[in-house]
Design a protein around this ligand. Sequence first.
Ligand code: AMP
Length: 469
Amino acid sequence: MPFKALGLDPHILQAIQEAGYTEPTPIQSAAIPVVIAGGDVIGIAQTGTGKTAAFTLPILTRLTAHPVPQGQRRRTRVLVLAPTRELVAQIEENVLAYARHLPLKIAKVYGGVGEKPQKDALRAGSDIVIACPGRLLDLMGQRCADFSQLEYLVLDEADRMLDMGFLPDIRRILNQLPKKRQTLMFSATLSKEIESLTHEFQHAPKIVQIGKRSNPAETVTQLVYEVPKHLKMALLAHLLEDEKMQMVLVFSRTKHGADKIAKKLEQGGVTCATLHANRSQNQRLRALDDFKSGKVRVLVATDIAARGIDVDGISHVVNFDFPHIVEDYVHRIGRTGRAQAIGDAISFVSPDETPDVRKLERFINRGLVRKKAEGFNYNMTVPFVPDDRPERRNQRPFQQQQRRPQGQGGPRQGGSPSGQGGGRSEGQRRDNRRPSSGQSAPRPQGQPQREAQSPSGARTLWNRLTGKK
Ligand code: AMP
């Protein structure tokens, strides 16, 4: 079904044509008519399915069909709640693109940055507010927001908001909103908790479910490399010798581990940035911008990023540590293969992580392909191992680590209760169509050419890392 047949406003049709969309994704075909008809929706869709447009396009159409009478004060008509700052910024980016031919004001609200500009935007009156619950609640408490005329509420990544403990904040916000409104809820899974949230806040919602429950996008090739823990860094360096790995998102279970991986890669001359909760908001936005623009080839992130990143052309996602929580795996690999493009998700799995892989395979009801990395020396000895333990005061010097007997080399992984294990501890996502697995992905339009690391040049990466000539 073409976009034209969905009943969207002509200005919006023009904007999506300019965005380069040719046809709606399945979640869009299913959700848009329901929302335009005025019904509540529960959208069960994985990341990368086009769900942002699935709720934004019909809401914009409805706003345009019922404009505020001239001379009346501008009040907020749409509130979108999302779990992370990155996701809020991304939704805003999408809404701005879809609403570019409409006279609407949009405000975003999230913590970690100064309140004043957000307060000013709210007080000046914005048609659409996109917000993280915590900061919004603060600003509502300061009477900055006027939701008395609110018509549409969207809860995006509702499952994640619950995981992150936002339920009390959400309840407090929703209790202050008009009861007569259209409520749309999007979630990767339809859990019991989501169902009860639905009963609490929605009216006779229609469930729009695309694909199987919690199944990773089918366009993503998922591979498992079984590798001892102490060889993971060497394997990453080895894989990065392949220039097809041109835009790589690496997941570490801990912030400390992410920093260590990035540091090692940088030492080897690989352009790299990190994204995790210990980085300031500005550092995080810069890291994302540098990754998006091609200034850096690798972005090392914790699960914070799995929810927030929408970057064109990610060629590979590497799970340096295998996630404990199956939903985190789905969200991580949803960063590639977005909007029906093809991408590779690679998981490094050490023997102690095998139970987590089995758990995932049972959950998604299919086995992941095990692969041996071609040309990689699984018997090599390594002079260091990435240590993802939380920082210790009396860090053992590098030389001592070198003397550690092989086999016991890998320090414990990601077990810190306060770390990001399980992805719960942090406040906290176009078109990388690859014609075939043997070809490299074309760059998305507008992105500069990434610095090619020739196989011969890159062959020295591991040597550079280990200080060998
Ligand atoms: P989302 O699941 O909303 O995060 O969207 C994933 C990505 O798909 C975003 O970068 C969108 O720009 C892109 N996208 C959304 N709808 C379409 C479409 N109909 N055709 C092509 N790309 C799309």
